[in-house]
Ligand binder design. Structure first.
Ligand SMILES: NC(=O)c1ccc[n+]([C@@H]2O[C@H](COP(=O)([O-])OP(=O)(O)OC[C@H]3O[C@@H](n4cnc5c(N)ncnc54)[C@H](O)[C@@H]3O)[C@@H](O)[C@H]2O)c1
Length: 249
């Protein structure tokens, strides 16, 4: 990438945009003037995106476990707003079981959303970004991709894989001006985080975080905002932990 390939108005494609971190990230970019294309399994994404601050936003209700969905979504985004400059892969599920009990369907469902959908979205967006000579891709991984947590076999496998995938994409695409990074939060107070870490289990998890609390979606959005900025051109292939010190103890 050369200096003069700086984009004009940013086009941010956000998966999982109807809830939690994805919705917060969509709001973050819309507030800062980007055109946001939000994608989610939930039909609510259509209304939610049209109600974001500013104009030029699009909500697409789509099941991203369909391998064909990613290319369709990126083509629709390009037709609506132009080539994406930012992709945030936030769609995800947390299906927790003891390793000895994980049913094949829940194992596969986890990998289909958390890993495969993120890959196909990155691949489809990456093709367009490489062509444009500019792009920022951020994948939601997790502390569970870095440390072992009970009942997280499928989830951890999907998130550790995302961290590995991020490294490969960053290496292949860096010469084209496309950075690819992963963000690994501790528990974030979203519908997913609250369901997975309710009650006594949550209190014990909180006690293991040196900062003494769970993260807020806005804190994750700020980090993603930096990684998605033009200033972050030298940051690629990394997994940024945002965990209140949880994984360093
Ligand atoms: N909340 C946490 O504690 C936490 C911690 C670490 C990492 N993460 C990761 O951050 C990401 C966002 O999590 P969140 O807490 O905002 O969750 P959330 O449940 O609030 O939002 C996830 C969104 O993804 C959407 N989604 C699920 N399956 C989909 C599919 N097949 N196609 C399209 N959309 C689909 C859901 O409809 C939902 O709107 C996930 O990848 C999650 O694993 C979350």
């Amino acid at each position: 990438m050369t200096e003069n390939q700086t984009p004009g108005r940013h086009v941010a494609v956000i998966t999982g945009a109807a809830s939690g971190i994805g919705y917060e990230v969509a709001t973050y970019f819309a507030t800062r003037g980007a055109s946001v294309v939000g994608v989610d399994l939930s039909d609510a994404v259509v209304e939610l995106m049209s109600a974001l601050p500013g104009d030029g936003h699009l909500g697409i209700a789509r099941d991203l476990t369909d391998p064909a969905a990613a290319q369709q979504v990126i083509s629709e985004a390009i037709a609506f707003a132009g080539t994406p400059t930012i992709l945030v892969n936030s769609a995800g599920v947390a299906l927790l079981d003891k390793a000895v009990d994980v049913p094949a369907g829940r194992w596969q469902a986890t990998l289909d959303v958390n890993l495969s959908a993120s890959f196909y979205m990155a691949q489809a967006a990456g093709r367009a970004m490489i062509e444009a000579g500019y792009g920022r891709i951020i994948n939601l991984a997790s502390q569970a991709g870095v440390i072992g947590l009970d009942e997280h076999a499928a989830y951890a496998a999907s998130k550790a894989a995302i961290i590995g995938l991020t490294r490969v994409l960053s290496k292949e695409w860096a010469p084209s001006g496309v950075t690819v990074n992963a963000v690994s939060p501790t528990v974030v107070e979203t519908p997913l985080g609250k369901a997975a870490w309710a009650g006594e289990k949550g209190e014990r998890a909180k006690a293991e975080i040196p900062v003494g609390r769970f993260a807020q979606p806005s804190e994750i959005a700020s980090l993603i905002g930096y990684l998605a900025s033009e200033d972050a051109a030298m940051v690629t292939g990394t997994n940024v932990l945002i965990d209140g010190g949880r994984t360093s103890v």
